[in-house]
Structures are given as structure tokens and as C-alpha cells.
Design a protein around this ligand. Structure first.
Ligand SMILES: [Zn+2]
Length: 88
């Protein structure tokens, strides 16, 4: 667990898997929890808001995908789901 704090802002407690190093720029309060980012799996990223469980994010449009693109997406989805289950 990483603890990030400054004199003006409340401390941000990152989950052990968080890959962000720029939380100092976040405006965080009770209505705006920090976003924590985990690893990317091809076109899928992983993110958690506040103390929530990590979720998958699609980083490219899903329209007009070739069979090759769809196979890459399917493989990335399986890898991301396994990672999220291990870190929830
Ligand atoms: Zn974080």
C-alpha cells in the first residue's frame, strides 16, 4: 500500500496494484474519490474509483473490428478478468 499526502490535501491510500504516480495532481474530497489505475491488457485497462474493486476499461472503439481484432479483444478480456478477480 502506498500513502500519498500533501499538507493541503487529504492522504490518498492506493491499493498495492495502483500504477499511478501522479495523485498529487488529483482534487480529492468525499465526493471525488481518487482513480487508481492497474495494468493494461491490450485494448483493456483496469481502474478502481476510491476503495472500489478494479473494473475494466475499453481504450479503443469497438466498431469495425476484424476477426484478428476480436480475438485480441477476447484474449485481453480473459486476462483482465482474471487479474481483476485476483485483486478484488
Ligand atoms: Zn492510486
Amino acid at each position: 500500500m502506498t500513502l500519498i499526502s500533501s499538507p493541503e490535501a487529504p492522504a490518498i491510500v492506493c491499493p498495492p496494484w495502483c500504477m499511478r504516480y501522479d495523485h498529487d495532481a488529483d482534487v480529492v474530497d468525499e465526493n471525488n474519490p481518487p482513480n487508481h489505475y492497474g495494468p493494461d491488457f491490450g485494448v483493456l485497462g483496469t481502474q478502481a474509483v476510491g476503495e472500489g474493486a478494479p473494473r475494466g476499461l475499453i481504450s479503443t472503439p469497438l466498431s469495425d473490428m476484424s476477426p484478428h481484432d476480436l480475438r485480441r479483444l477476447a484474449a485481453a478480456a480473459v486476462a483482465a478478468a482474471e487479474w481483476m478477480e485476483a485483486h478484488s
